[in-house]
Ligand binder design. Structure first.
Ligand code: PLP
Length: 426
């Protein structure tokens, strides 16, 4: 498509957008009496209007039915989880039996590592990306120390080449091959939170398996954003939070994928709790854990009904919109953003904005990370004053994520327009 950097062109793209009505299903924060330009859906997605209703239903059932609410009422809590697995299986590309909603992300990362990181004398290393999200780094380090191993020798980080911001798949593969007989686990994010780079999960998984290691992914920035085929890519496990692109609310409940190879294996090692036990005998309160032969077999505790409710509200919107249509719009929306940023550099005859997120389609999702070579903080502050909600990372990176469910082409155009007017008025 031939883009133009004009308001009229952006508005025409919005008018032609088949998903334009979905914005109305969200509550948009206000600034000076108008909608904010909200670009931090990669950090906390906006509130779906139906979240309050779903949460209120749980509160009402609690008020009127109390303990009976587990089995009675509009949406008995005992079966609430079943509403979530189908939409999620479409979003992450797996079978319904391979997905479970429980706990929060870092907790699930630890639970998955309890199953998939069981270092032995020869095979004990973890291969991961450098500068992983801090919580993940702490999880890896503490797991290694938990097994009385030395973190420096055990955690192998793949780094960008000098002068580059992102990782090359060939370097990831080479590192895995270099540590073939010693690697217990390859654990990457699906998308690096800082650069926005999408990793080639299929290729990494294949290389990890060839090295005899398990392979898992933290999909915090990938789920609800890019196309995922966890089952077909043969990934062993994955986990994600649901408050970013999945719009399920602050601290919302997390999700986990366990490939059926392991999900069906009731004797696969895990840390267990009563909610992972065979449903037909769970309430007999007997000795000897009998795992559910699905990803649900990793559940520990009674599910948090209030959190499942807001998660359901959000997933209902994904169901209605259709994940494929969302991917289509995401691609055009980010392409438009890349075009606008390029245009600003051209108008100013220099590379003021260096996009560090890879440009090629397979390596990027919604997020664009911009390394500002000039006046970064000034531009960021001006954007904030104009009601743009973006994210600033030291030393000079602005991260924004236009998301297809509620952002518009006009949002993207306005963003560029504000930057360009600052650059013009030195
Ligand atoms: C957002 C994010 C987290 C946050 O973990 P919580 O346990 O939900 O606080 C962890 N890892 C990555 C990669 C993230 O992007």
């Amino acid at each position: 498509m031939n883009f133009e950097n004009t308001l009229a062109f952006a508005q025409q793209l919005d008018a032609d957008d088949p998903l334009k009505y979905f914005r109305q299903q969200f509550l948009i924060p206000q600034y000076n009496g108008k909608d904010c330009i909200y670009f931090t859906g990669n950090s906390l997605g906006l509130q779906p209007k139906n979240a309050a209703k779903e949460i209120n239903d749980v509160l009402n059932n609690w008020a009127t039915l109390a303990v009976e609410g587990h089995f009675k009422g509009s949406n008995p809590w005992m079966h609430f989880h079943d509403h979530l697995t189908k939409p999620l299986s479409k979003i992450v590309g797996c079978m319904q039996d391979e997905v479970v909603v429980m706990n929060s992300l870092t907790v699930n990362l630890h639970l998955m590592m309890a199953s998939f990181y069981r270092p032995r004398k020869q095979r004990y290393k973890i291969i991961c990306e450098t500068k992983a999200f801090p919580s993940d780094q702490y999880a890896f380090e503490s797991q290694v120390m938990f097994h009385c191993l030395n973190t420096d020798e055990t955690i192998i980080e793949v780094k960008p080449r000098s002068g580059e911001h992102t990782l090359r798949t060939e370097d990831i593969i080479a590192t895995i091959q270099q540590h073939t007989n010693e690697t217990a686990l390859v654990l990457f994010s699906g998308i690096n939170y800082y650069t926005g780079q999408v990793f080639d999960m299929k290729t990494i998984t294949q290389a990890g398996h060839e090295a005899g290691a398990y392979v898992g992914f933290d999909l915090a920035h990938a789920v609800g954003n890019i196309e995922l085929k966890l089952h077909d890519w043969n990934i062993d496990f994955a986990c994600w939070c649901t408050y970013k692109y999945l719009n399920s609310g602050p601290g919302a409940v997390s999700g986990c994928f366990v490939h059926e190879r392991f999900a069906k294996n009731k004797s696969f090692p895990r840390l267990a709790g009563w909610w992972g036990n065979n449903k037909s005998t769970r309430f007999k309160m007997e000795k000897d854990f009998d795992a559910i032969a699905t990803a649900e077999g990793w559940q520990l505790s009674t599910p948090p009904a209030l959190l499942l409710a807001s998660h359901k509200a959000a997933l209902d919107i994904f169901e209605e919109a259709g994940i494929d249509k969302l991917h289509q719009k995401r691609k055009t929306l980010t392409a438009y953003l890349h075009f606008i940023l390029n245009d600003i550099n051209q108008k100013n005859n220099k590379n003021i904005i260096e996009v560090i997120t890879p440009v090629n389609e397979e390596e990027k999702g919604c997020q664009v990370s911009m390394f500002m070579h000039e006046r970064g903080k000034e531009i960021f502050n001006a954007l904030t004053n104009e009601g743009v909600i973006a994210d600033w990372r030291e030393p000079n990176v602005i991260r924004i994520a236009p998301v297809p469910l509620y952002n518009t082409y006009e949002d993207v155009w306005q963003f560029g327009n504000i930057i360009q007017s600052i650059l013009q008025n030195n």
